[in-house]
Design a protein around this ligand. Structure first.
Ligand SMILES: [Zn+2]
Length: 417
């Protein structure tokens, strides 16, 4: 099926068009905007992009007038396969309780772990599918989804199978599954005189059993680990990364959310695609990430929720790092499904420009997920488009708080309107 969409602004995010004289985006815009643009889609793919006046005449066309077309948004960091609710612990926190009291009351990651243990795989898949549908209604056409609340192999596999089930829905975002192998220590490995032995035994089990089995079952494309103070050490995460690389998984890591313990260097060493959070990172490591092509995935909803200082964005930018912006959707520290809200916060709190933010949630996010045929409107790529009920692409990040989509299309199919 062939169809042409036209609009006042077609934001391709295609570097080949950025600032070219044929298009009227003007020099310096990295977004490759075509004014009075047209996108021809044929089945699941983009067949042609250009000026509406140059578009083929014999094809069914739909004109969106003064609106904006962008690539479908790509949310490259989510924990969307959760169950339960952590509203109770949020209320505690707002009353001034610290994390120890919250943990003593059964809150934190272990509370979501218990909810994952209790829910059936079918219900988990159904809840995730509903969440993905809501994300699509905000403009998301590709979504990374992590496991990490299972902690045992059986429950991690259950979470990843639920993700695979939800991913079969062609009317929801394209899903990229990540095995978050080292997220938190199970409760039974935390306390007692032999806590160190139990911790080591847990990491051994993850490295020698969880990673190979899950990789061989093709339940994930990426491995993730939480490398931070009060989480896992560089040495522990390195063992998981090496096991994953040996089995063909790519790497993305939670790094520097609370402290710089060397996670960025580990990421550069093991050829990670992305380091995520990076509130705490030094200049030498930032240059190393830029040199190795490791993306920095910024998660402003998390630092907003936790009342943290932003990452050193100006320093990272000067070092040449490429940014991704993601929602970090999770029930505790980033309780939102909205990538557009994360984009608005990236501008308001982190000082990214609107153009940087749009690239960070489309092209760069797709590249960080090894999805080169998404995130850019270009011939041959998947037809993943958002038609925004907005006069300019910068209005995606201001105002915020409401859905502004006119239509969302993935692989040429309607996801939301
Ligand atoms: Zn996360």
């Amino acid at each position: 099926v062939k169809k042409i969409y036209t609009a006042a602004r077609v934001v391709t995010c295609d570097a080949a068009r950025a600032g070219s004289s044929a298009d009227s985006a003007g020099a310096g815009s990295p977004l490759g905007v075509i004014e009075d643009g047209a996108v021809l889609i044929e089945d699941a793919r983009v067949a042609w992009v250009g000026r509406a006046s140059d578009a083929p005449r014999d094809v069914d066309a739909e004109d969106f007038g003064a609106r904006v077309i962008t690539p479908g948004l790509v949310d490259a960091h989510t924990h969307a396969a959760w169950a339960g609710s952590r509203d109770g612990e949020y209320a505690m926190k707002m009353r001034g309780a610290d994390y120890r009291e919250i943990a003593a009351a059964g809150g934190g990651i272990l509370s979501t772990h218990r909810a994952i243990a209790a829910i059936s795989e079918e219900d988990l898949a159904r809840d995730l599918a509903a969440r993905l549908t809501r994300m699509a209604s905000l403009g998301v056409t590709t979504c990374e989804v992590k496991s990490g609340y299972g902690l045992t192999r059986a429950l991690e596999e259950k979470q990843l199978r639920a993700i695979a089930t939800a991913a079969k829905n062609k009317r929801a975002p394209h899903v990229v599954p990540t095995f978050l192998a080292l997220h938190a220590l199970p409760a039974e490995a935390r306390d007692g005189a032999d806590a160190k032995e139990k911790r080591d035994a847990y990491v051994d089990r993850v490295v020698t059993e969880h990673v190979p089995k899950i990789a061989d079952a093709k339940l994930a494309r990426f491995l993730d680990a939480y490398v931070d103070a009060n989480a896992f050490t560089v040495d522990e995460a390195r063992r998981a990364c090496d096991a994953a690389t040996a089995r063909g998984l790519s790497i993305r890591l939670h790094v520097g959310q609370f402290a710089d313990i060397g996670g960025a260097r580990l990421a550069a060493d093991v050829g990670a695609r992305s380091v995520d959070h990076v509130e705490h990172i030094g200049n030498a490591d930032a240059r190393l990430l830029a040199e190795k092509g490791v993306f920095c995935t910024l998660l402003p909803i998390a630092s907003f929720t936790l009342k943290q200082e932003p990452p050193p964005v100006a320093m990272l930018r000067a070092a040449g790092v490429r940014f991704v912006v993601a929602s970090d959707a999770n029930p505790g520290t980033a309780p939102s499904e909205s990538l557009p809200l994360a984009m608005a916060f990236a501008v308001r709190f982190y000082g990214l420009s609107p153009d940087e933010t749009i690239l960070a949630a489309t092209k760069h996010a797709a590249q960080s997920l090894d999805e080169p045929e998404r995130g850019v409107i270009s011939p041959g790529n998947y037809a993943d488009l958002v038609i925004w009920d907005l006069p300019h692409e910068h209005a995606i990040v201001q105002p915020w708080g409401t859905s502004k989509i006119a239509r969302v299309i993935r692989d040429g199919l309607l996801l939301a309107d």
